[in-house]
Design a protein around this ligand. Structure first.
Ligand SMILES: Cc1cc2nc3c(=O)[nH]c(=O)nc-3n(C[C@H](O)[C@H](O)[C@H](O)COP(=O)(O)OP(=O)(O)OC[C@H]3O[C@@H](n4cnc5c(N)ncnc54)[C@H](O)[C@@H]3O)c2cc1C
Length: 400
């Protein structure tokens, strides 16, 4: 059995960032991934501007910087939202995360690909980790960075066996598009129930078309692609759509004796968009710092590691709670109500003022939502949408 301080299972954004930060702190670690290519996963590759400044991508990984998006209402009315400040970066996710893992490797972290971890046993003396290829390790701490829906969490009793985790279904395809003006966001139940769909140009007339929802996707992707083809927006489908899950909310406990859970495995994503790269980085960094303290004090019990959850909650919890309620609010709107809201926004100065203020942030949706809901005329309008909207609005108000 190989001895090492830390084993990180999964090398997506969360695992790669944990490895990098551990390496920077001088802690010996190995990252293990079941795939043969790092970070190969269904993803659109959009990060917020703040994330891109804190964890800068190499310039060749960036498709473009965006400061606008066009919201398309259920009946096809277009509302362009434009900021004078850069808001998001559309990038090659695989290459971006690979370069973070490569930096960790340069600083001393080890990487083992093509190995699926099949067994993790937490003992008083350490954690035993075994892969399907017969590799085995004993570490002081293990980090679970296995992404959405990992069976390891139930095996390790982090999630109870009979608990069904809530999740959203996301679907995405690659298409060739005719000229479109930047990122397009489609609202309306006929497009996607209770959520939104996206068309994100990447490079050379290619674009990612996708959607995510808590309801079931029943032919919605094919329908949207057909509609956009009829409208002359989509030219051809390059890669047909596939699906993956997005956690709907954080899991209850993200630490245990000798163990931390980061990124999607911990349910840390923006509830508004399902974006999880930034939260994966944040949780990975916090995990590495808590591990460093644990190693220094030679103390690996859940009591020591509890500070990980306290720390990520300080940064992310309010944001996640506001986002969860905002998502419920959107789910409660009928298509007619969305139409009324978009029409209202198109006629007022509110959006223009918001998008050009320091409140606007693709990284921190909570403060944008709070600003939105503090606007008296928008509040009044949404309160007129009926009892469901009123109930959700009162819940959101408690958090802002
Ligand atoms: C369609 C879609 C579009 C998205 N678009 C965006 C976006 O534009 N921006 C954004 O911020 N987020 C986006 N997300 C979410 C984002 O992809 C995730 O939040 C992010 O990848 C989570 O990172 P992670 O490291 O926690 O998990 P993952 O990226 O899922 O990585 C987990 C890794 O663990 C490995 N693994 C799992 N089990 C084992 C095991 N037993 N042994 C060894 N290895 C294992 C897997 O192979 C995988 O490589 C999108 C998600 C979907 C589904």
């Amino acid at each position: 059995m190989n001895k090492i301080d830390v084993v990180v299972i999964g090398i997506g954004p969360a695992g790669a960032m944990t490895l990098l930060r551990l390496a920077e702190l001088g802690i010996g670690a190995i990252g293990i991934d079941s795939k043969s290519e790092i970070a190969e996963k269904l993803c659109t590759g959009i990060i917020g501007w703040e994330c891109s400044q804190k964890y800068p991508p190499d310039s060749e990984d960036v498709h473009y910087v965006s400061n606008s998006a066009t919201v398309v209402s259920p009946v096809g009315f277009k509302l362009k939202i434009k900021s004078s400040i850069p808001q998001a970066v559309v990038l090659d996710r695989v290459s971006y995360i690979k370069s973070i893992a490569a930096k960790a490797q340069l600083l001393g972290s080890k990487i083992l690909l093509d190995n699926n971890v099949v067994s993790v046993s937490v003992k008083d003396t350490g954690v035993e980790i075994i892969t399907d290829k017969g590799e085995s390790f004993i570490s002081k701490i293990v980090v679970i960075a296995t992404g959405f829906h990992s069976p390891l969490l139930k095996d390790l009793s982090i999630i109870k066996k009979d608990v069904r985790q809530e999740y959203m279904v996301a679907s995405q395809a690659i298409v060739r598009v005719n000229d479109i003006e930047g990122i397009q966001v489609y609202l309306g139940k006929q497009n996607v129930p209770g959520s939104f769909a996206w068309l994100v140009p990447t490079h050379e007339q290619n674009a990612l078309i996708g959607m995510f929802t808590r309801s079931r996707l029943q032919g919605h992707m094919n329908k949207l692609i057909t509609e956009l083809s009829k409208d002359g927006i989509v030219d051809t489908v390059i890669k047909s759509h596939s699906q993956w899950g997005i956690p709907a909310a954080p899991i209850g406990r993200t630490f245990s004796d000798r163990l931390l859970v980061v990124g999607d495995a911990a349910g840390l994503v923006k509830p508004t968009t399902g974006g999880g790269i930034y939260y994966s980085f944040i949780s990975g960094e916090i995990a590495a710092e808590v591990i460093c303290d644990a190693i220094e004090s030679d103390s690996f019990s859940y009591k020591t590691l509890r500070s990980y959850q306290t720390k990520w909650k300080t940064v992310l919890n309010n944001e996640i709670q506001i986002g969860l309620n905002a998502r419920k609010l959107l789910e409660s709107f009928s298509d007619d109500q969305i139409e009324v809201l978009i029409s209202h926004l198109s006629k007022s100065d509110f959006l223009n003022d918001l998008t050009n203020s320091s409140v606007m942030s693709f990284d921190w949706h909570g403060r944008v939502i709070s600003h939105f809901l503090r606007n008296p005329s928008l509040w009044k309008l949404m309160n007129s949408f009926g009892p469901i909207a009123q109930t959700v609005l009162s819940l959101v108000r408690q958090k802002i």
